[in-house]
Design a protein around this ligand. Structure first.
Ligand SMILES: Cc1cc2nc3c(=O)[nH]c(=O)nc-3n(C[C@H](O)[C@H](O)[C@H](O)COP(=O)(O)OP(=O)(O)OC[C@H]3O[C@@H](n4cnc5c(N)ncnc54)[C@H](O)[C@@H]3O)c2cc1C
Length: 421
């Protein structure tokens, strides 16, 4: 049976990732009628494909108030859900390998102090005590014991199931084709299964938000970068803390294996939008060009051939139900070898599964949260730039507050869409 959306509600949330599901979660708690539409499956894109790190450590200072609140929300959500989502406060640790690391982490600690975080630099001996048998060369580490982890493949789907159980309509395979407006105000959305009238729309479309906003006449300079991940077969516990180093980032999984990846090692799919929006990214490219690969392939041709669509015609959102990029196996082979060299406990593991995710990046690497200039009733929660899983519940909370006409708990000035207008 195809989904049968209701003819009207107060708020329609577009996107069933952590941002959209959290927004619906808190709207429901505020007593606001809400419908969530997901074009593919709940958390089918970034929100199930990420590393599962929920960290304050290393965050942009603008995000610290939100992530502090988000860690509290994750703890509450994990306690409320009837399913285990692997919520563990095991800490986050970044090895200090170079002078540049030491300088960067020491500078970031100033921000941590401003919020009385428990982050601190560890000596070599303290690092070795925290991560026994560590073979990676290091000069100590930056460590935040109160940071956490959870299982991305379980967490957001479990939240969506609980929402549904409490009566919130959550539709999968239900793409929103267009947002309708009259006299500059949102009046509803047209989904592939019919129209839903509403006064507010929250766009939490991850890597697709740019396309929807472009259709509405707002140019968000959001790009996609592809990042590869793998999980291993089960192995002995190395340490409760997740560990980041230049060669490998590693998180203990609830299934006894490890999620392994390499920070910053990404592939940018060159599509016309990337080229159009390249200019604001020049500082990021200058910093990261060694770690980034570029590819011009099928996505470029697809984007060139993309036809305009409206509420009556099939949209790009239906043509790709779930973005499922090909992982970089060469990179993941290297990451596995680096992990085995750094952690002898992994000597016998194999790669059990590999995948990739399309990260929605903005030039200043912090999200957009709030109203879209010139379109009354349209809110966005997007552009989390590779670290939105941790911050997702708090981002959803403040977006729900805005949609309910309340003052958000956190100052959202830094996240305004107007900064790109
Ligand atoms: C490899 C990788 C590792 C990461 N590691 C971490 C980490 O350790 N910690 C961390 O905090 N963050 C991490 N992130 C980032 C984090 O996963 C994302 O920032 C976060 O999941 C974004 O959530 P979202 O809801 O905005 O987007 P998504 O999870 O991408 O969800 C957007 C949803 O919107 C749907 N959609 C789009 N358009 C429409 C439409 N028109 N109609 C209906 N549905 C639509 C899509 O199908 C999609 O399901 C990582 C990301 C990746 C890819």
């Amino acid at each position: 049976m195809p989904p049968q959306p209701p003819s009207s509600t107060e708020v329609v949330v577009i996107g069933g990732g952590v941002a959209g599901v959290s927004t619906a979660w808190y709207l429901d708690r505020l007593g606001v009628p809400v419908v969530l539409c997901e074009k593919g499956r709940i958390a089918g894109e970034q929100s199930s494909r990420n590393w599962g790190w929920i960290r304050k450590q290393g965050r942009d200072p603008a995000e610290l108030p939100l992530i502090i609140q988000s860690l509290r929300f994750w703890a509450e959500i994990a306690a409320e859900l009837p399913e285990d989502i692997g919520w563990t406060v095991g800490g986050v640790t970044y090895l200090v390998e170079t002078d540049a690391d030491a300088a960067r982490y020491t500078a970031w600690l100033e921000h941590a102090r401003a919020y009385q975080l428990d982050s601190r630099m560890l000596s070599v001996a303290e690092t070795d005590a925290l991560i026994p048998n560590l073979r990676a060369p290091h000069r100590g580490a930056l460590h935040t014991p109160s940071d956490a982890r959870a299982e991305p493949a379980k967490a957001v789907p479990a939240m969506a199931r609980m929402l549904q159980a409490s009566g919130v309509p959550v539709f999968e395979s239900c793409a929103v084709r267009t947002i309708e407006r009259a006299a500059g105000r949102v009046t509803g959305v047209v989904t592939e299964h019919g129209r839903i009238g509403c006064s507010t729309v929250v766009l939490a479309g991850g890597a697709w938000s740019r396309l929807m906003l472009e259709q509405q006449g707002f140019a968000l300079p959001q790009l996609q970068v592809i990042s590869s991940v793998q999980r291993t077969t089960a192995a002995p516990l190395i340490a409760e803390t997740t560990v980041g180093s230049a060669a490998v980032s590693i998180r203990r999984r609830a299934d006894g294996g490890y999620t392994l990846a390499k920070s910053g090692a990404s592939r940018a799919e060159l599509v016309p939008a990337n080229l159009r929006h390249a200019r604001p990214y020049l500082p990021v490219l200058q910093r990261d060009w060694r770690k980034l690969k570029f590819r011009l392939g099928k996505p470029f041709l697809d984007a060139l051939l993309e036809k305009a669509w409206d509420g009556d015609t099939e949209s790009p959102f239906e043509r790709t139900r779930v973005l499922d990029p090909t992982p970089d196996h060469g990179l993941l082979d290297q990451v596995l070898a680096s992990a085995k060299a750094a952690f002898p406990q992994l000597a016998d593991v194999r790669s059990a599964e590999r995948w990739a995710g399309a990260i929605d990046v903005l030039p200043d690497e912090i999200p957009v949260l709030g109203p879209v200039p010139g379109i009354d009733g349209l809110l966005v929660a997007t552009g989390f730039s590779g670290h939105g899983f941790g911050i997702g519940p708090a981002a959803g909370y403040v977006t729900a507050q805005l949609a309910a006409g309340r003052t958000p708990a956190v100052d959202l000035g830094a996240f305004s869409a107007a900064r790109f207008a």
